[in-house]
Design a protein around this ligand. Structure first.
Ligand code: CAA
Length: 262
């Protein structure tokens, strides 16, 4: 039987927790972990109630210490190495474009492919003890799961190139200062903080939540004019949606809205 490397739990209605459980290898991403992450994302997306997925690593030491270095070393040729990069890129792109919002609960090392996974998720909350970095250069390679592109967009090209070309990791506190993570908390409150945020998101009007993500994620790739057109179109759809009518009416009637997802 194949090893189980990803655990999916529904923490409460609408909120899923994906834990990478390859702790002995610091949750390093080999093909099996990538396959199981994809299968778990499929299950989450197949649930109409799903609003937020939290992704974390098992144990106190690592979120994910990177793509599996043994697998990289054993790539027999250019084609296999290329395929491995595309495999990770496609999976992370699926998290980025999923209708379900995602939070990285960074409980320890987020290095290489682990940091790239965190970068592809919508929000990143780190434990004070976490370290984040793109150390691939120390192996004579470069990031292959999207790091060169997402990191530069998030923190600027100077900082991104420093991290990628020096291989030096940053502490969680510094990651917060540079906008690489969105919050830093003690390790023992990490899940509580991620859940607090997930609960706030999960109770919002479902269609507006999905459109909020689509617009903000889209803004990374779109020309401003394209993004503004997309925003106006989505805004109009939300205004005339049942939840949009209900939310605005509830405000005017000074009562709490009841959103139903249509
Ligand atoms: N791949 C495979 N195995 C890994 C791993 C990785 N990325 N990271 C850690 N491990 C394994 C170690 O080999 C070790 O296994 P054994 O017990 O069988 O020897 C186990 O996890 C524990 O690791 P260490 O003994 O090294 O633990 P440490 O506390 O001394 O060091 C660390 C921790 C600093 C995170 C160190 O493990 C490390 O530097 N890991 C590699 C980080 C890295 O280079 N990541 C980038 C990978 S390449 C990549 O991700 C490419 C891409 O973009 C797609």
């Amino acid at each position: 039987m194949a090893d189980q490397y990803v655990q999916l739990q529904w923490v409460e209605p609408g909120i899923a927790l994906l834990t990478i459980t390859r702790e002995k290898s610091l949750n390093a991403l080999n093909s099996e972990v990538l396959d199981q992450l994809e299968a778990s994302l499929n299950v989450v997306e197949d649930s109409p109630e799903a609003r937020v997925v939290i992704v974390t690593g098992q144990g106190q030491k690592a979120f994910v210490a990177g793509a599996d270095i043994a697998a990289i070393n054993q790539a027999p040729d250019l084609e296999h190495a290329h395929h491995f990069a595309e495999r990770g890129q496609k999976l992370f792109h699926r998290f980025q474009t999923s209708r379900v919002l995602s939070i990285a609960a960074i409980n320890g090392y987020a290095l290489g492919g682990g940091m790239e996974l965190a970068l592809a998720l919508d929000m990143r909350i780190a434990a004070e003890s976490a370290r984040l970095g793109q150390p691939e250069i120390n192996l004579g390679i470069i990031p292959g799961f999207g790091g060169t592109q997402r990191l530069a967009r998030l923190v600027g090209s100077g900082r991104a190139l420093w991290m990628i070309a020096s291989g030096e990791p940053v502490l969680a506190g510094d990651a917060l200062t540079m906008g690489l993570v969105d919050g830093v908390v003690p390790l023992d409150s990490l899940m509580e903080e991620c859940l607090r945020r997930a609960r706030i998101l999960a109770k919002q009007a479902p269609l507006a939540l999905v459109e909020s993500k689509r617009m903000v994620v889209g803004s990374r790739d779109w020309e401003v004019r394209t993004g503004l057109d997309a925003e106006a179109e989505a805004f109009a759809r939300m205004v005339v949606s049942k939840d949009g009518r209900e939310g605005t009416r509830a405000f005017l009637e000074k009562r709490a809205p009841e959103f139903r997802g249509d």
